[in-house]
Design a protein around this ligand. Structure first.
Ligand code: DHE
Length: 519
């Protein structure tokens, strides 16, 4: 690395000399110093994509700091010895500009990125003694790795490298053997848990949101912002099965905010960011809503909003009043609860009849993707945190009334529970009380305890073991840890050092669609 930075300095000295007082040209500096890792196109190479869609909130001072200081635990060097403050500002300014033309990212371009590991060999059984159904994965965003934990002893069975900036929950094959991981730059990685080995990877989008697994485990859908598409991959070999262009009825392109798996419906459900429509895509030629019998069994006048298309990957449009970009579903996937991040209300959309049937008061940016549900006093309720306010809304899923608003000490990001756990675990992600984990009784809805294992640090995201007896919580810091708690006594049992651990995912809880976890 030292040799590399020295050669960069020489290169900078020879190539970046510009006449006295001429303003530095960010594009030229980028081409000379950055393109070798981030690609001339800025779409990413060994380093991540550097376009506004990928940089998101990393702009201005924050971006200049990364260029000047580099990034710990990555290949990104510090340029403060090579570039002046003015030159760094010029590069940051250049990176903030949109690409001159929309990039083409079709099936051919995607397939050209696919690499399957020649050294991968499937094993007929797990290569470890641990219960394969109680494996928990920990995403460590600090140095782009995933740790594979034995869910009983918490021993680390493997620690493998992931693409940079993994986001959203990895998705498991229905038998729990394979896992698929997605990064914000659109890379999808397939890993074999039994063999503890990567199978391969492919870049399904240029800026992507999340992934979903089909009911039968054959297809993986990738929601993309850039381009505005849904990529459907074969889970077998990561080949492209279909790239669906996403445009509203009026022909306007729409980014795909998220894709969800709806196993009972044998479909994917898409949240569209820019048009007032929800899309449903069949993962089986006989998927319910796409079937003739289904259309005829519903009220007259509803046919129009039901599927006109038939067959595998047939698409159905459902019109809504305004774009919805975050969803929660009831357990049989008949109703969807959606919210617009800017809005104050949520709406309930009945997916069978294809229309809005109720509205919910949900001020303060509800984070529906993080909602959970359970049965309380004989009725199914759901709970959802709010990204802007210290509160949790509990809603009755029969009549869609607000059961209770639970006040917390700050805005939370993730809510979790488990059939075997008496409480909801709700984090506080931002604000002065960041790091306070709230435990709320699922029957009384009263606050039982607030635990603060590392005051002042980000303590967030809970996952349970298969039986719910242990709760795993992240200390979401570079020099962080996963803390294992006894769910019943709330006592800390152990700490596993980790590099900025974010989400944790238990195989059993995910493949059985455990109520207390996100799907
Ligand atoms: Fe996430 C899940 C959207 C910012 C960490 N996040 C999801 C999902 C969506 C979503 C739609 C569900 C996908 C799934 O699992 O299939 N996230 C968004 C946003 O729109 C938002 C607010 C802005 C953005 O930049 O995209 C956002 N998310 C963040 C973060 O800043 C977090 C804290 C850090 C990060 O990694 O970027 C973050 N999001 C996560 C995690 C999950 C997630 C860890 C999976 C939770 C789970 O338990 O399944």
């Amino acid at each position: 690395m030292i040799r590399r930075i020295a050669s960069l300095s020489l290169l900078a000295g020879s190539l970046l000399a510009h006449p006295a007082h001429a303003a530095p040209d960010g594009a030229t500096i980028y081409a000379d110093l950055c393109a070798s890792c981030h690609a001339e196109t800025r779409l990413g190479g060994t380093g991540p994509a550097l376009i506004p869609e990928s940089l998101g909130r990393l702009k201005g001072e924050k971006l200049m700091t990364v260029i000047a200081q580099g990034r710990a635990m990555t290949q990104m060097p510090a340029f403060r010895g090579t570039l002046s403050a003015e030159e760094i500002a010029a590069v940051a300014e250049f990176l903030g500009q949109p690409l001159p033309a929309p990039p083409v990212w079709d099936a051919g371009a995607i397939m050209a990125t696919r690499s399957l590991r020649a050294d991968y060999q499937a094993t007929p059984a797990p290569v470890f003694d641990a219960d394969p159904m109680n494996i928990t994965l920990v995403v460590e965003t600090g140095d782009s790795h995933i740790s594979v934990l034995n869910g009983d002893t918490f021993a680390v069975l493997d620690r493998f490298e992931t693409p940079f900036a993994v986001h959203g929950g990895p998705k498991f094959s229905p038998d729990g053997r394979f896992v698929f991981v997605m990064s914000r730059d659109g890379w999808v990685q397939k890993y074999d848990i039994w063999s503890l080995h990567e199978v391969g990877r492919v870049r399904a989008g240029l800026n992507s949101r999340n992934i979903a697994m089909s009911h039968d485990g054959k297809w993986l859908a990738v929601a993309n912002y850039l381009p505005a598409t849904l990529t459907i991959l074969s889970t077998d070999d990561l080949s492209v099965a279909k790239v669906l262009q996403v445009q509203g009825r009026d022909g306007r392109e729409s980014r795909v905010a998220a894709v969800y798996q709806a196993p009972q419906r044998k479909s994917f459900v898409l949240a569209l960011k820019d048009v007032p429509e929800i899309w449903e895509v069949a993962t089986d030629p006989d998927a319910g809503p796409f079937h003739d019998g289904f259309v005829h069994s519903h009220e007259a006048g509803m046919e129009e909003s039901l599927a006109a298309e038939k067959g595998l990957f047939a698409r159905r449009r459902i019109d809504v009043t305004a774009p919805l970009d975050d969803f929660f579903f009831d357990p049989d996937y008949r109703n969807l609860i959606g919210a617009n991040r800017e809005g104050e209300t949520g709406v309930v959309v009945n997916l069978d009849v294809g229309r809005e049937i109720a509205t919910l008061p949900l001020p303060g940016m509800p984070h529906l993707g993080s909602g959970i549900s359970w049965v309380r006093q004989g009725r199914r309720v759901m709970a959802v945190p709010h990204l802007n306010e210290g509160r949790i809304s509990v809603i009755d899923m029969q009549d869609w009334s607000l059961v209770k608003t639970i006040e917390t000490s700050g805005p939370g990001f993730f809510l979790r529970s488990h059939d075997g756990a008496p409480q909801i675990w709700a984090d506080v992600f931002t604000g002065p009380h960041k790091g306070e984990m709230h435990l709320i009784d699922k029957e009384t809805l009263d606050l039982v305890a607030v635990i603060s294992p590392e005051p002042g640090k980000t303590v967030a995201h809970t996952e349970f073991t298969r039986d719910g007896s242990r709760a795993l919580v992240s200390i979401w810091e570079d020099d962080g840890a996963v803390i294992v708690f006894d769910t019943a006594t709330r006592q800390e049992l152990m700490r596993l050092p980790m590099r900025k651990p974010s989400g944790k995912y238990n195989v059993w809880n995910k493949i059985t669609f455990e109520d207390g976890t996100s799907h």
